[in-house]
Design a protein around this ligand. Sequence first.
Ligand code: DC
Length: 218
Amino acid sequence: MKNFIIALDGPAGSGKSTIAKIISKRMNLTYLDTGAMYRMVALYVKENRIDDYSAIETHFNNIDMDIVGERFFLNGRDVSEEIRTPEVTKIVSPISAIKCVREKLVKRQREISEGKSVILDGRDIGTVVFPNADLKIFLVASSEERAKRRLEEYQKKGIAQNFSDVLADIKQRDYIDMTRKESPLKKADDAIEIDTTKLSIDEVVDNILDLINRKVGE
Ligand code: DC
């Protein structure tokens, strides 16, 4: 099979990372969680108390990111858990709306994917990062269902949160991600939309595996 690029986009909590991890293992593809890269920048901003986001570009030389399997390293430190905390989640959307942040990370995403078969999950993969991706999927789900899933994830990690805060955060992130000037979250014209609200993980995976097999057979 030639290098095959799958773009998996959609709003927060639509199931992208769960699905992408399974598909990557089943199809032996590299998985790139692009949201984690934006989260690493957000963690750096938080830890270094950078209040003036317009100054972020001057810090780029001090931000070294590394991805090893499913672990994420910021300046050599494993931050895989820290980048998922509610504090980072709260600031990541405004930070990811900054043009120079996007340019830097999009470039990196293309470099990482060079010469490989990759499934990338994010917001702008099918529209900006890989507009010629072999397969584009856009996952959606109701905001209540997405908040429920996020709350369950927090509970599993022992992070105390309540449903209404998580729902408000999801809605706020949707708003920022969809209305930002730079690469807003939107379905590419040629993406296939799957509503996961009432589907099990297995059903979504089977659906996507079918689409991949059909594409590969074309
Ligand atoms: O998928 P996630 O929740 O980990 O993403 C975190 C934030 O990063 C999200 O609010 C929007 C942003 N993001 C983005 O703008 N573009 C991407 N390709 C991936 C994530």
